[in-house]
Each structure stands twice: as structure tokens, then as C-alpha cells.
Ligand binder design. Structure first.
Ligand code: FAD
Ligand code: FES
Ligand code: FES
Length: 473
């Protein structure tokens, strides 16, 4: 494809295969080797660049996605011989040893400080949680970002697609060494999407690509045509529809996290999304993609199950709505049909005063697939007994698991240790985990029960229940 884009303020028209990874395009075709490749699967952050001013993993981005965009790599940050303030702070504070992670760390820090010039150390730690460093130690890196803060001008205007479009001048032709027979198309609307899907049965959809591009690299997707949904505005955003919230399938996890409505009305979903992947994965990964991947470990699935969400499916000729249970058929299997997309997720608003909780146990804090997770949504009567309770576990069955027997046993009981403990043996018996690289089945049974055991404590520690006697928040 002929690809107009701006890289480090130089205007290019590249001739590259549409599925060329941006990290390869930068390093191999353009010689911009400051951008590093560590894992190639989104887990280390070494390949982070800025796309229209926002940090993005170049190993999980393909050429077609940067058409008309403005890319900044580590080579484009300094002003001649003068380092960017973040680069200078890394030098001054000894935040570099082997330097392999440094370009990615610096790009992530520049993004953070552009948006948010006054982050505290916790926010800095959180922002770089998708960037791994093997040798310096994070304290010096955090110190450097902390000290660079005052030198960054306030919230900057991020370069936009429109700015890139208008740009004139130099357009060197750069021809990539590789060829590919795979096509990638990014329609701007559903009207453009339907004819594409009709003409190409077997085309594979993607949105953020945080699952699909990993499968492509592993040879687990052979589709010749990939159709990206990220530019279709009608599939994005969060809206209210009477007593329901409607979340567009192409809404990213970062957008969900930033939305005050989600935080206020759906804390259980907000808590789950906050623990999904890393900030860099959340930047591009979407709720629709998480649903269609249908992993038993998918973090949005337990909250969507307790919220009793429905899935809106759309094709050129019909719309249908399915409950989550109808949509999810098993690991990696859904009821999505040829020519159909997930357009949105519809969620009834829980009653005000409901108690929400999501907890996941993984092998580390960021970038961890869950060993087991539990979403809970409860309503208490005035005397503190449970009026309604919905519980959904992740990673302990072929798909997200509700246990109506356990919910029924808890209704009418106080939310306390005694009554929760009484149902734990049944939980251990009813879950159906497998053993895999992350954990054994027996351990998962134990964790599934322990997550429920912790539920009253979690609400108490949130100060939503008074000591000894549960109360409404
Ligand atoms: C390093 C790393 C860490 C991760 N950590 C987590 C984690 O902690 N928890 C977790 O749950 N997930 C995690 N993931 C998985 C992934 O980020 C999520 O599942 C994400 O939500 C996928 O969304 P996407 O838009 O990137 O999907 P894509 O990769 O674009 O697509 C995934 C699948 O969904 C289909 N699809 C996408 N959108 C639609 C649509 N609207 N209609 C129909 N089909 C569609 C695609 O065809 C494909 O089959 C991680 C991934 C990586 C690489
Ligand atoms: S190379 Fe590790 S995240 Fe891209
Ligand atoms: S400085 Fe060596 S990996 Fe971070």
C-alpha cells in the first residue's frame, strides 16, 4: 500500500505491505533503531512510540493503522543537540543502565506528562506499569520522571490527523523489503464495512489488535483480509438510553476507565478494566474484542455477567440482541455469525446503593492473566441481610461462571463471614477449572472459594459496611 504519514516531523509516502508491523517498518525499513523490540507480544513496552502524541505499542500496530498519522520515535524527541527534558532527567538521575527499555519508558513518560503535568509517584508507577526494566530498578526511573515534571509545559495540544493531512512538503518514497499477500482495510463507517464483509467471506475483523496481532505472529490466523473497526465512530463511546448504559464495542478500556459514568454507575466494570493488561494494552484493546475473544480469563466478562449485560449484534441486514450466556459458547467460541459484528454492549443500571466488587488473582500486579477472578453485585435490605446477589467467576470454567445455587443460599442471610464460609465447600465443588501454565485446577478451586470468602472484608475495607453490621453505602 502507499502510506502517507509523518514520522518525526518528516512527511513520508511509504510503500509497505499493509500488515507490516510498525516496529519493523521503523527499525528495518527506516533505520530508526532507537525503538526496541523485546517480547513482540505487548508485554514489555520496549517498542512504545507516540502515535498522534499518544503512546502505543509498535509491535502490535500495523502499517495500515498509521495512515495519515503522526509518529514520534525516540529519535524525534530531542531538539538538535538538546535532549528532551525527560531524556535529560533519565541521564541526570541514573535511570539508564543497559538502555534497552529506555526509549519505551521515555515515550510513555512524555505521554503521561503531556496529559497530566502533575502526576504523583503512584500515578507515575502506574503509568509505566506496562514498561519493563530488567536492570536499572524502577525507583530511579520514577525519580527521573518525577524530576522532569516541572520542565514539561502544561497540557499540550496533541497533533491530530487533520494536522497531518494538511501537511505539505517532503515525501520520500521508502520501499519495504518484504511483501505480503494479506490485505488490511480500515473502513470509516458501517456503510463501508458491510460491502467489504459481503465481498470477502472469511475476512477477519479486528479492533485494537491486542489479541489478533499476537495470534497472527504465532501463525494462528490465516485470513487473507483483515478488517479493522477502530475508525468507525458509530461503534465507539458510552451513552445512556433510559435506564440502560450502551457501550460501543470499539470503546477502548482506557476510554471506559476515564468515563465518569462507568466509575459512578458500574464500579464492578471499572475495577475490572483498571486491572486489565497494562495502560498500553488498555489504550488500544476494546471491550468488544475482549468479549469476542471469549477467553475464560477475559476480565470484562465476570462484571458483564453480574450486570446482566446484553450483546448487540449487527450485520448488513439484521440486528439481534443476545444475553451474555447466549453469546459466549465456550473458550474462544461465541454465537457471532459470518458477516456480523458486535456493535455494542447494553447494561441495565444497577439500583443506586448496590455493592460492587471485582477481584482478580494473577501472578503479578500488571500484565497478568487471571488465575481466578470474581465479580460480585449485591443489594442489602435495611437490616443488612442480602436482598439480591449476583456472583460470576472468571478462569474457573470453560467460560464465565455464575452459580445460582450459591446465590440462592446467600439471599436473606447477613453478609458476614459465618454465612459466606458455609457456602465455600459448595463453591470448590461447583467450579470446573483446568490446570494450565498459570495454575493447577486444585489451586484454582481454592482461590475461587477464597475470593468469595474475602467479599465481606472487601466491602468493609471500602468503608461501605460499618464494622460488625453491614449497612447500605
Ligand atoms: C500483553 C497483553 C496483556 C493482556 N492482558 C489482558 C488481561 O489482563 N485481561 C484480559 O481480559 N485480556 C488481556 N489481554 C487480551 C486483550 O488485550 C483483550 O482481550 C482486549 O480487550 C482485546 O480487544 P482488541 O480490540 O484488541 O481485540 P482484537 O485483537 O482486535 O480482536 C480480538 C477478537 O475479537 C474479534 N473482534 C474484535 N472486535 C470485534 C467486534 N466489534 N465485532 C466482532 N468481532 C470483533 C476479532 O476478530 C478477534 O477474534 C492482554 C493482551 C496482551 C497482548
Ligand atoms: S516489543 Fe514488547 S511490547 Fe512490543
Ligand atoms: S535499563 Fe536495562 S532494561 Fe531498563
Amino acid at each position: 500500500m502507499k502510506l502517507p504519514c509523518i514520522i518525526n516531523e518528516e512527511h513520508y509516502r511509504l510503500e509497505v505491505p499493509a500488515d507490516r508491523r510498525v516496529v519493523d517498518l521503523l527499525r528495518e525499513d527506516l533505520g530508526l533503531t532507537g525503538t526496541k523490540e523485546g517480547c513482540g507480544t505487548g508485554e514489555c513496552g520496549a517498542c512504545t512510540v507516540l502515535v498522534d502524541g499518544r503512546s502505543r505499542l509498535s509491535c502490535l500496530t500495523v502499517a495500515a493503522q498509521i495512515e495519515g498519522r503522526r509518529i514520534t520515535t525516540i529519535e524525534g524527541l530531542a531538539d538538535g543537540e538538546t535532549l528532551h527534558p525527560v531524556q535529560q532527567a533519565f541521564v541526570d538521575h541514573g535511570a539508564v543502565q543497559c538502555g534497552f527499555c529506555t526509549p519505551g519508558m521515555v515515550m510513555t513518560a512524555v505521554d503521561l506528562l503531556t496529559d497530566h503535568p502533575e502526576p504523583d509517584r503512584t500515578e507515575i508507577t502506574h503509568a509505566i506499569s506496562g514498561n519493563l526494566c530488567r536492570c536499572t530498578g524502577y525507583q530511579k526511573i520514577i525519580d527521573a520522571i518525577d524530576r522532569a515534571r516541572p520542565s514539561i509545559p502544561g497540557p499540550a495540544t496533541r497533533p491530530t490527523l487533520a494536522a497531518a493531512d494538511k501537511s505539505p512538503v517532503v515525501r520520500p518514497m521508502v520501499r519495504a523489503a518484504t511483501r505480503s499477500s494479506r490485505q488490511i482495510v480500515l473502513p470509516d463507517s458501517c456503510d463501508q464495512l458491510w460491502p467489504l464483509l459481503a465481498a470477502s467471506p472469511g475476512a477477519r475483523l479486528f479492533c485494537g489488535g491486542t489479541d489478533l496481532f499476537v495470534w497472527l505472529r504465532a501463525g494462528r490466523c490465516q485470513a487473507r483480509l483483515l478488517v479493522g473497526l477502530e475508525r468507525i465512530d458509530e461503534l465507539r463511546g458510552i451513552g445512556s438510553d433510559g435506564d440502560h448504559l450502551r457501550i460501543g464495542a470499539a470503546t477502548t478500556h482506557a476510554e471506559l476507565l476515564a468515563d465518569p459514568t462507568i466509575k459512578e454507575h458500574l464500579p464492578v466494570l471499572h475495577q475490572a478494566v483498571a486491572q486489565l493488561g497494562s495502560p498500553l494494552i488498555r489504550r488500544t484493546g476494546t471491550i468488544g474484542g475482549n468479549l469476542v475473544t471469549a477467553s475464560p480469563a477475559g476480565d470484562t466478562l465476570p462484571p458483564l455477567a453480574v450486570l446482566e449485560a446484553t450483546v448487540e449484534l449487527r450485520s448488513a441486514t439484521a440486528n439481534r440482541r443476545l444475553s451474555l450466556e447466549e453469546f459466549l459458547l465456550g473458550p474462544g467460541r461465541t454465537d457471532l455469525r459470518e458477516g456480523e459484528i458486535v456493535a455494542a454492549i447494553r447494561i441495565p443500571l444497577p439500583p443506586p446503593g448496590s455493592l460492587h466488587s471485582f477481584e482478580k488473582v494473577g501472578r503479578r500486579a500488571a500484565l497478568a492473566c487471571s488465575i481466578a477472578s470474581l465479580a460480585g453485585l449485591l443489594d442489602l435490605d435495611d437490616d443488612g441481610t442480602i436482598r439480591t446477589i449476583r456472583l460470576a467467576w472468571g478462569s474457573v470454567a470453560e467460560t464465565v461462571l455464575r452459580l445460582p445455587q450459591i446465590e440462592a443460599a446467600l439471599i436473606g442471610q447477613p453478609l458476614d463471614d459465618t454465612h459466606i464460609t458455609a457456602v465455600l465447600p459448595a463453591v470448590r465443588k461447583l467450579v470446573r477449572p483446568i490446570s494450565d501454565v498459570r495454575a493447577g485446577a486444585d489451586y484454582r478451586r481454592l482461590v475461587a472459594a477464597n475470593l468469595l470468602r474475602r467479599l465481606p472484608t472487601r466491602f468493609c475495607s471500602d468503608h461501605r459496611l460499618a464494622a460488625g453490621r453491614p449497612q447500605r453505602p
